[in-house]
Design a protein around this ligand. Structure first.
Ligand code: FEO
Length: 164
């Protein structure tokens, strides 16, 4: 039902989503160390969400009668300068993920694989959300600058994220 090329790209994307989960879990640990519990909780929820993205792709590959081939997950970076540094990386990472998704969408269209094209629309929409959320938080962190009270209140706001 899907070509070997598309199956390979989807398998790579499963790996990327699990890598994202790892990356955000590592960022969560950074925030725990910094005693920013709201940011830590946000990252742990984000990490969990990335796992669900991987599983969506996993189920699709299976349903499409193709082979799931899990790959080694790269160890994420584990040192950051500060909160700003973490969210600069987060935003950069989500833009990278968007480009991977767009690459698969592009190939699905070229191959006239409309089933995969349609399946990926959820990810296209999700990436708009992921990028805009990361950018919004990044902008708030920039606005706060070195103000510790501002960071304290933003941390409190971050703890309000509900698990989906
Ligand atoms: Fe699953 Fe944050 O992209």
């Amino acid at each position: 039902m899907i070509s070997d090329k598309i199956a390979k790209m989807l398998n790579n994307q499963i790996n990327q989503e699990f890598y994202s989960s790892y990356l955000y879990l590592q960022m969560g640990a950074f925030f725990e160390e910094e005693k920013l519990n709201g940011f830590a909780a946000w990252m742990k929820i984000q990490s969990h969400e990335e796992g669900t993205h991987a599983m969506k792709l996993y189920e699709y590959v299976l349903r499409a009668n193709a082979k799931v081939e899990l790959q080694k997950i790269e160890a994420p970076k584990n040192k950051w300068k500060d909160t700003l540094d973490v969210f600069q990386d987060t935003y950069k990472h989500e833009k990278q993920i968007t480009s991977y998704i767009n690459g698969i969408v592009d190939n699905a269209l070229t191959e006239k694989d409309f089933a995969t094209f349609s399946f990926l629309q959820w990810f296209v929409t999700e990436q708009v959300e992921e990028e805009s959320t990361a950018l919004l938080i990044l902008d708030k962190i920039k606005l706060i600058g070195d103000n510790k009270t501002g960071l304290f209140f933003l941390d409190r706001e971050m703890s309000g994220r509900a698990k989906s």
